[in-house]
Ligand binder design. Structure first.
Ligand SMILES: Nc1nc2c(ncn2[C@@H]2O[C@H](COP(=O)(O)OP(=O)(O)OP(=O)(O)O)[C@@H](O)[C@H]2O)c(=O)[nH]1
Ligand SMILES: [Zn+2]
Length: 336
């Protein structure tokens, strides 16, 4: 367990509590990994909302004590009146952004994923798969690297375990990984190569529900031989760009910096005189594609966040209505 989490424990907690990590979540509660093995923490309204990857403390009787502060968090907008945000994965250190070097290769899509990683406070690594099928792998790698000189970029043949060894530097003991990418790019293939065996064979776990029945759930947490934990949950595939302004701004830090040099502080970067961004485009220093993707992603996240705020407001209104109605019914019962 990383020092970030250990530092959060006081002396008494170090002595009297056990540390556990959420490795599954279902109707009856949370599935936890502890030093003594796996156990179920039954659903209970007093528990905070937790997700895969969360670290928490249990007392000697295995009762919940508290949730530890998160290092990073992926969440998504969810439908329904009550829950408007759904937590997807917590405490991920590195996100493998998986894209294949063939038809799927798309810089704007990579920028979208980068914004999600930055928003969640997770370090991104772009993994370009199907290098064995692409003659122009080096050029495409360079194009990705040009998005950000500090970005880690790797190209692999995901089918070849030895070829994936380049990724092992992010897969050491205590590290938590997750992956994101469109369908068919090679995510499962990559997981198999990192695991060193076929995921299909370990794809399900059996557990007892509260009534002693066996239930089968898809395994979403994998323990890699290199020591890392890999969170592979379907929720990651439905991540949206809601409330992602920080993530978008960080992903396009170059554009943000140029914008500060525009003559007008409210420059729209179209045809205004003294626009540093248009100058950078004319000189070839900035791709027009990148500017339009930046504007598109900012607008998209603003639209999605606005509807999220509306949902929050509706929720509060509903809460007030319930309170008023129950106060009224109490008065009725008491006869005044
Ligand atoms: N030649 C080659 N084939 C690959 C590579 N990576 C994946 N494939 C193939 O591409 C196909 C799709 O790979 P998957 O691992 O199933 O892709 P996925 O991203 O998990 O797809 P979803 O489960 O739909 O999200 C499979 O037939 C793989 O064998 C690679 O690096 N090289
Ligand atoms: Zn401008």
């Amino acid at each position: 367990m990383a020092s970030f989490f250990q530092q959060q424990l006081n002396l008494e907690e170090l002595e009297y509590t056990n540390i556990a990590r959420v490795c599954g979540h279902h109707r009856n509660g949370y599935l936890l990994h502890t030093i003594q093995g796996t156990l179920t923490l039954h659903a209970n309204p007093a528990l905070p909302e937790m997700t895969l990857g969360d670290w928490l403390l249990l007392d000697q009787q295995q009762h919940f004590v508290r949730l530890l502060e998160r290092k990073s968090l992926f969440k998504r907008k969810a439908a329904g009146t009550k829950v408007t945000e759904q937590l997807i994965a917590a405490n991920v250190d590195t996100l493998f952004i998986v894209c294949s070097l063939n038809q799927d290769f798309n810089l704007s899509r990579i920028e979208r994923y980068l914004a999600l990683a930055h928003e969640a406070a997770v370090t991104p690594v772009v993994v370009l798969t199907k290098a064995d099928l692409c003659a122009a792998a080096a050029e495409k790698c360079q194009a990705v690297q040009a998005l950000d000189p500090f970005l880690a970029v790797a190209s692999v043949n995901a089918l070849d375990q030895d070829n994936c060894a380049a990724l092992l530097s992010w897969c050491g003991t205590g590290q938590t990984l997750s992956l994101l990418g469109s369908s068919g790019v090679g995510k499962s293939t990559l997981v198999n190569s990192l695991l060193g065996h076929d995921i299909q064979k370990t794809a399900a776990i059996r557990e007892d529900d509260s009534k002693g029945r066996h239930t089968t759930t898809a395994r979403t947490m994998h323990f890699l031989p290199s020591g890392a934990v890999l969170i592979d949950t379907p929720g990651m595939r439905e991540l949206q760009l809601a409330e992602c302004e920080t993530g978008v701004r960080r992903t396009f830090a170059d554009i943000e910096q140029l914008a500060q040099q525009c003559r007008f502080s409210d420059c729209q970067h179209q045809s205004e005189p003294g626009c540093a961004i248009q100058q950078a485009i004319s000189s070839g220093a900035l791709e027009p594609r990148r500017l339009s993707n930046y504007q598109k992603l900012l607008a998209e996240q603003a639209r999605n966040s606005a509807s999220l705020q509306q949902l929050h407001a509706q929720d509060r209104q509903f809460g007030r209505m319930v309170k008023t109605l129950s106060a009224a019914s109490r008065k009725l019962k008491k006869g005044y």
